[in-house]
Design a binder for this molecule. Structure first.
Ligand code: NAP
Length: 311
């Protein structure tokens, strides 16, 4: 039985789109391969979601899911792997071999951490190298660790990691952070944090596990080895696309999906919301905004209304 609307991805954007669509009584189904919440589950503490002063990422995710389910959203634990245009809509294929048909689809696929690809990064993955402080931070109690990057994720998670580690080195390639000022101030006041300005990581060294991080000055090329047991990479995000998306949706030079302001992609009936979208600000607040708009625009499309679609 085809749904009117299929939402692919159960992070904040997908869950919000699902909640809005369910409240609008659209026949809607959300596909999520893992636990609902997406990157929220890798976020230790959320302090900038309006109305909620401080909450664990996984807790906010579970509240969002509960609210969407309350309004009747159907969630299938299926990992989408492909998208194709079919007569009258789209087919979403999943890893288990199922095919879901919808007259409209909202892609809320999210984004995933970029890997730098330095020597040792893959070899020591899970042996000191991590992309998730909330998952792996407790393994480094009373040890020295390093965080790579200077954006919101790096600086925020470095502050969180001081709960466990005896010292946190932040390695940033410039002499100024990109992160929000408030979180920068917290990091710079934290006695356990040492920032290595204008340095880049060049190799992870060790035997059975991580024992050191080699960093290089971008100013004079000099190198030093920091004696760390863990290295957390936060050097940006890349979109989590599935097969067929690039054929049906225009993407920017980094692969993020281009939409108009109603979240419509370049194929009518296809919408994108949240971090997978080409946008200036990736936040929980902007993801939920995208999700609400996408659900509204999809409803409008399904009811035969005009919808602004990219040319
Ligand atoms: P990001 O904002 O893209 O920052 C990536 C950081 O990694 C930058 O400091 C960048 O340096 C550095 N970097 C990139 N490539 C590098 C390389 N090859 N070598 C060394 N360093 C490199 O990524 P993010 O921090 O993961 O955040 C992603 C998005 O989520 C952003 O929009 C962010 O605002 C949002 N976010 C928001 C919150 C919050 O509001 N609380 C929390 C987490 C994430 P440069 O600065 O020199 O470019």
């Amino acid at each position: 039985m085809p749904e009117d609307l299929i939402i692919v991805g159960g992070g904040p954007a997908g869950l919000t789109a699902g909640m809005y669509a369910a409240r609008a009584r659209l026949p809607v189904r959300l596909l999520e391969g893992g636990v609902s919440g997406g990157q929220l589950n890798n976020t230790a503490v959320v302090e900038n979601y309006p109305g909620v002063e401080s909450i664990a990422g996984y807790e906010l995710a579970s509240l969002m899911e509960r609210q969407a389910l309350k309004f009747g959203l159907e969630i299938d634990r299926e990992r989408a792997v492909g998208l194709a245009a079919t007569r009258g809509g789209f087919t979403v294929e999943t890893e288990s071999g199922r095919a879901y048909h919808g007259r409209a689809v909202i892609l809320a696929l999210g984004a995933t951490p970029v890997k730098l690809g330095i020597p040792g990064e893959t070899d020591y993955s899970g042996k000191g190298v991590s992309y998730c402080a909330v998952c792996d931070g407790p393994f480094f109690r009373d040890q020295e660790i390093a965080v790579i990057g200077g954006g919101d994720s790096a600086v925020e998670e470095a502050v969180y990691l001081t709960r466990f580690a005896k010292k946190v080195h932040i390695i940033h390639r410039r002499d100024e952070f990109r992160a929000a000022k408030e979180i920068q101030e917290k990091a710079l006041q934290e006695p356990k944090i040492e920032v290595h300005w204008s340095y880049v990581p060049v190799a992870i060294l060790g035997n059975d596990g991580t024992e050191a991080l080699r960093i290089q000055s971008v100013k004079d090329g000099s190198e030093q080895d920091l004696p760390v047991a863990g290295v957390f990479f936060y050097v940006g995000l890349k979109p989590m696309l599935i097969d067929g998306v690039r054929e049906l949706a225009k993407t920017d030079d980094r692969g993020f999906i281009i939409t108009d302001e109603s979240m419509a992609c370049s194929t009518p009936g296809l919408f994108a919301a949240g971090d997978v979208r080409s946008k200036v600000l990736r936040q929980i607040a902007t993801a939920v905004g995208d999700g609400a708009v996408a659900a509204f625009a999809a409803q409008h499309y399904l009811e035969g209304g005009r919808h602004t679609q990219l040319g």
